[in-house]
Each structure stands twice: as structure tokens, then as C-alpha cells.
Design a protein around this ligand. Structure first.
Ligand code: ATP
Ligand code: MG
Length: 356
């Protein structure tokens, strides 16, 4: 149900996160004004900088605090000198797990004005969505190491797939496909090599697919699937994968659609029990941070996904239309896309398009 006012938590985070999130917020506000609703932003300084000062990425009750919001809009966390496990386990993973954000969704679409690294491919060839299971699977903490430092040293790690967890991510993928033109879901598997979890994954895929007779299906082993992403991106519509396979595909996908500076992502709690979290695919980009040259399009596309999730389809469409119009004009493209515009110029062009 749509509302007159949405309460959104914004976490700009580190590096270029702090440069692109304000652009996304202004764009979302402008789209909201156009479509008759408003957004109340509450900003949180959770970041590696905060970690350096206080020893914590976010306060102890951070996850609890987020539950009061309709959505979370996150820039990027991570900074040289702060180990990745600090930013991951101190912020991203607790949010994903405790808010049950089990669907990680990355649209992969080649926009006009962006060139794909795949020679000869145009916008009509690349338009699919990667859906990654985000809370179970291969990334479990079950396992251990014995006989450390000896010749007998041995490590094991267990992957955990529950029927509930597997079915619900597949249901999500099928529901997504139902609302798309092609109505097709591809499953990423590896049941020829992984003999317990992946045959189960295939079984559940076959079972869940029966509920969606109008949706076509395909499945590939992850190895050949990565090759097909590069050689036949036009085969795909919705692609569903486990935590590990989905992780790999959700980086490969945006790469075939051009710059990481435009790729959006969402961590979704489909039932809406908890707020979902929206963050661009890119990281904090320390190499260009502080120069004002980051591409703000990923943040704007991510904001569009957020408005869409909140039920504000028209406002989301307004953002996407503006972003595509701006990308097709070389004068407002940023350096990563071969243009000369900086963050400010590109952001202003998007805003102008929304407001006109
Ligand atoms: P993380 O580990 O946080 O995921 P990373 O270090 O793997 O991040 P990014 O921070 O995304 O990767 O940066 C990868 C490269 O892409 C860098 O060279 C960076 O400058 C460039 N890049 C990332 N985002 C943008 C953007 N919005 N605009 C322009 N260039 C970008
Ligand atoms: Mg990094």
C-alpha cells in the first residue's frame, strides 16, 4: 500500500558512498514531489570512519534501529586499512541476516549510451535479473579446522540449504518472472559435482516451478552458465542462484552491462516484515573518492528500485527515464563511461530531467 510519507534511513557509508547517496536522495525527493508523496530521510554515520573513532561500524542496537524505517538506502562501506570482515560482519551481514533480507536482486540491463564489453551487443541483448539467495547456503559458519600446522591439517565447511530457504528464493524468482515479458527462470546449479545440496536445489526448483506453469525454465551448471552470460546474454530473463553461485553471477552480470558505476542492487525482505535495503553494486572506490567524479547513476537506479519496492512504480519509472535520457547525452556522462561530466554535472542533469 502506498503512503503519503516514507521514512527512509540513509547510510552514505564510506568513500564515494558519501558522494553519490545525496544525489540519489535529491532525485528520489524530486520524483516523490512529482508523484504526490514525500520522503523523510534520517541519516546514519555508520562507516569505517566511525569504526576508527569508536571501534564499531554501527551501534549495538543498529539493526533494531533500522526496523522503524520503511527502507534503508546505503552507499558503500569499506576503506583501506579496515579489514573487509569488519565492514562485512560489523554491518552488512547482521543487517542482511537479522532483517531476513533473503533475496539479493541485481537487474542487469544494457542502457542506451553505455557500451558493453561484449562486442556487438546492444540493449536488446542484455536485460535480465540475477536473484541470489542471501542468508544461507555455502556461507555458513559450520565447520572447522583440526591438526592446525601439522601434516594432518584438515578443514571442512558445511553448506546449509533448508527447504524453506530454498523454496522461498525460488518463489521470489518465479514471481518476478511472472511479471516480465519473457517469463523465464534459469537455475544455477552444480549437481554433477556437489552431490547432496545441489541435487536438492534441483529437486526444489522442479517442484516450485510446478506452481508457475506459465513460466519457462532452464538450468545450467555454474561453470558453463558463466560462459553463457558472456556468449549468450540474450538467453536470460531471471536467473536464480544459491548464496555462492548468486554472488558470482551478480558480479558477472553487471560487468557484461558496462560500467559498475551504473549497476544497482537490492537486499529484499519480500514479505515486508522488515525494511529492505538498497545499495549500488559498487564499493567505496578509494581510488577516486574525494575527487567528485564518481558516477551517481548506480545510486539513482538503486533509488528507483527502492521506490518500486515501496509500491511507487510511477516515481521509480520517472527516475529510470531520467537516468536513461541523461546517459544517452555524452555531455552528461561521467568519466567511467568515457564522458567529461563530474558527479555534480551528471546529478544536476538527472534532476533537471525529473523536474521538467
Ligand atoms: P568493494 O570491495 O567495496 O566491493 P571494490 O574495491 O571491489 O569494492 P569498487 O570500490 O566498486 O570495488 O571499485 C572498483 C573500480 O570501479 C574502481 O576503480 C572504482 O574507481 C571504479 N568505480 C566504482 N564505482 C564507481 C562509480 N560510481 N563511478 C566511477 N567509477 C567507479
Ligand atoms: Mg574493495
Amino acid at each position: 500500500m502506498t503512503k503519503a510519507l516514507y521514512k527512509i534511513a540513509s547510510i552514505p557509508g564510506d568513500g564515494i558512498g558519501t558522494e553519490v547517496i545525496p544525489v540519489g536522495q535529491r532525485a528520489a525527493d524530486a520524483a516523490a514531489a512529482k508523484h504526490g508523496f514525500s520522503i523523510e530521510w534520517t541519516e546514519f554515520d555508520w562507516s569505517c570512519e566511525r569504526y576508527a573513532e569508536t571501534g564499531r561500524m554501527m551501534p549495538e542496537d543498529g539493526v533494531e534501529t533500522m526496523k522503524a524505517f520503511d527502507a534503508i538506502y546505503l552507499g558503500a562501506v569499506g576503506w583501506p586499512g579496515v579489514p573487509d570482515h569488519v565492514s562485512l560482519w560489523g554491518l552488512l551481514i547482521p543487517l542482511r541476516r537479522e532483517l531476513d533480507l533473503y533475496a539479493n536482486v541485481r537487474p542487469v540491463r544494457l542502457l542506451k549510451g553505455v557500451s558493453s564489453p561484449l562486442a556487438g551487443r546492444g540493449p536488446e541483448d542484455i536485460d535480465f535479473i540475477v536473484v541470489r539467495e542471501n542468508v544461507e547456503g555455502e556461507y555458513s559458519e559450520i565447520g572447522g579446522r583440526i591438526y592446525s600446522g601439522t601434516e594432518q591439517e584438515m578443514v571442512s565447511q558445511q553448506a546449509v540449504f533448508t527447504r524453506r530457504g530454498t523454496d522461498r528464493i525460488m518463489d521470489y524468482a518465479f514471481r518476478l518472472a511472472q511479471n516480465r515479458k519473457r517469463k523465464h527462470v534459469t537455475s544455477a546449479t552444480k549437481s554433477n559435482g556437489i552431490v547432496h545440496t545441489m541435487p536438492f536445489w534441483d529437486e526444489r526448483f522442479a517442484e516450485v516451478s510446478k506452481k508457475y506453469p506459465e513460466v519457462e525454465t532452464a538450468q545450467f551448471h555454474i561453470d558453463i552458465l558463466t560462459a553463457h552470460f558472456v556468449q549468450h546474454p540474450d538467453w536470460f530473463d531471471v536467473v536464480v542462484g544459491s548464496n555462492l553461485f548468486g554472488d558470482i553471477l551478480s558480479d558477472l552480470g553487471p560487468a557484461v552491462a558496462g560500467s559498475i558505476g551504473i549497476a544497482p542492487a537490492a537486499n529484499i525482505n519480500p514479505e515486508g516484515v522488515y525494511p529492505s535495503m538498497f545499495e549500488p553494486v559498487h564499493g567505496s572506490a578509494p581510488d577516486i573518492a574525494g575527487q567528485g567524479i564518481a558516477n551517481p547513476v548506480a545510486a539513482v537506479w538503486t533509488a528507483a528500485m527502492m521506490l518500486d519496492h515501496l509500491g511507487e512504480k510511477d516515481a521509480a519509472q520517472t527516475l529510470e527515464t531520467a537516468m536513461e535520457a541523461v546517459l544517452s547525452d555524452p555531455a552528461s556522462r561521467t568519466k567511467d563511461l568515457g564522458g567529461t561530466a563530474n558527479t555534480k554535472v551528471c546529478g544536476a542533469a538527472i534532476l533537471k530531467h525529473i523536474e521538467r
